[in-house]
Design a protein around this ligand. Structure first.
Ligand code: TMP
Length: 209
């Protein structure tokens, strides 16, 4: 039997990282995981060693380094291929649990719905890159594009975050479609941090007890 693979998705500023921190402290004590299994907390882009280098390249805000949409898609895909091979698959095969800040549906939302790259092309690449691994559970932390911009107004944006509100609206609409199609658990991320964590914990208990 393999471990469990949990993914948290949402647009920039939705609070994924904060929630993953909280859930990662709770999960090993929750009674859900087998006694000897570990929790691997990871993210995309940048979950593997090569991925960390790719992340810097992909998110570099220098306009001279801006990749074409296809190159961008393939860079995220390279990051994912390495992430699956070196981090996700070994962990799951070891019966460990994995919680990832984003996975392949971010590509569908950002490069597909955001950048208008053909969805079928993305799905074909995904089927090679994911090597048969897919999340046991995806939780979507939903905020509006306006809220996202508001929450990040004092931060220095990375290259994708600099795309502006119209792009973010398209990405968010994409996430909403994917969430319906794939039956994701959707949580309003406008609520306070503790309420959101409690909702995530309840979902995990319901899904995996
Ligand atoms: P992060 O801020 O959640 O770490 O993600 C970095 C940025 O990369 C974020 O703006 C979303 C974007 N992204 C894509 O455009 N496509 C992808 O496949 C992934 C994983 C992230």
């Amino acid at each position: 039997m393999e471990g469990k693979f949990i993914v948290i998705e949402g647009i920039d500023g939705c609070g994924k990282t904060t929630q993953i921190e909280e859930i990662s402290k709770w999960l090993p004590k929750s009674g859900l995981m087998k006694k000897n299994s570990k929790l691997v907390k990871t993210r995309e882009p940048g979950g593997s060693l090569l991925g960390k280098k790719l992340r810097n390249l992909i998110l570099d805000n220098n306009n001279n380094n801006k990749p074409s949409p296809l190159a961008e898609l393939l860079l995220y895909s390279a990051d994912r291929a390495e992430h699956v091979s070196k981090i996700i698959s070994p962990a799951l095969e070891n019966e460990d649990w994995v919680i990832s800040d984003r996975f392949s549906d971010s590509t569908l939302a950002y490069q597909g719905y955001g950048r208008n790259i053909n969805i079928e092309t993305i799905k074909k690449i995904e089927s090679i890159v994911c090597q048969g691994k897919k999340p046991d559970l995806t939780i979507f932390l939903e905020i509006s594009a306006n809220e996202s911009v508001l929450r990040r107004k004092h931060l220095v944006p990375d290259r994708i975050e600099s795309e502006g509100i119209k792009f973010l609206q398209k990405v968010n609409a994409g996430f909403q479609l994917i969430a319906k199609e794939k039956n994701w658990k959707v949580i309003s991320a406008k609520q306070n941090i503790n309420t959101i964590s409690n909702e995530i914990k309840e979902i995990l208990l319901k899904e995996f007890s």
